[in-house]
Design a protein around this ligand. Sequence first.
Ligand code: NAG
Length: 197
Amino acid sequence: MEAFSSKILLIIFAFSFITHSIQANEGPYQQSNTLFIRNSCSSTTYPRLCYTSLVKHADFIQTNQVLLTGTALNVTLASAKSTSAMMSSLAKSQGLKPKEAAAMKDCVEVLSDSVDELRRSIDEISHLSTSNFELTMSDVQTWVSAALTDQSTCTDGFQELNANGEIKTIVRGRIVQVAQLTSNALALINKLATSHP
Ligand SMILES: *[C@@H]1O[C@H](CO)[C@@H](O)[C@H](O)[C@H]1NC(C)=O
């Protein structure tokens, strides 16, 4: 028994050592890239979600605020698209009460609007330049705010339902995540808008 637990301790020790050396091996650039993401995310409403959703793209973002904001929009779009796809297949599933099916259909519709608004924002922000900076940022702020409003219509509609517990929980969880990603993207957009090109 003694030998067994010391073996486990040794394994735990070895793992923490390996993890530690991996972290220690991070170059100075990677460190400043992840630090940049952490600092930028600290001004969002959901900083932890912001950080975990963006840190995988740290090498691409480096310390560029425009790339950071564009990536946040990309990540949000991907999540909105997959949630929308999940909801449209759920909306067709058997055993939904008419009210549930209707709420689901409404959500698919508003999610598709927010996918359009996010796409438009990504397209416009990819052409950001000094000469169109203010106009672009103002458009993007408008569209992403509209996307956020659309998503809350869906969350509210679902909340009012006395729906089947499990589906309601899954759907709500997914939409809440899309809405939190959108809110974070909007915070980064607002921050970029106040910086000068
Ligand atoms: C967003 O996604 C598009 C398509 O995958 C890609 O071409 C573009 O580089 C991405 N932009 C940013 C800022 O991540």
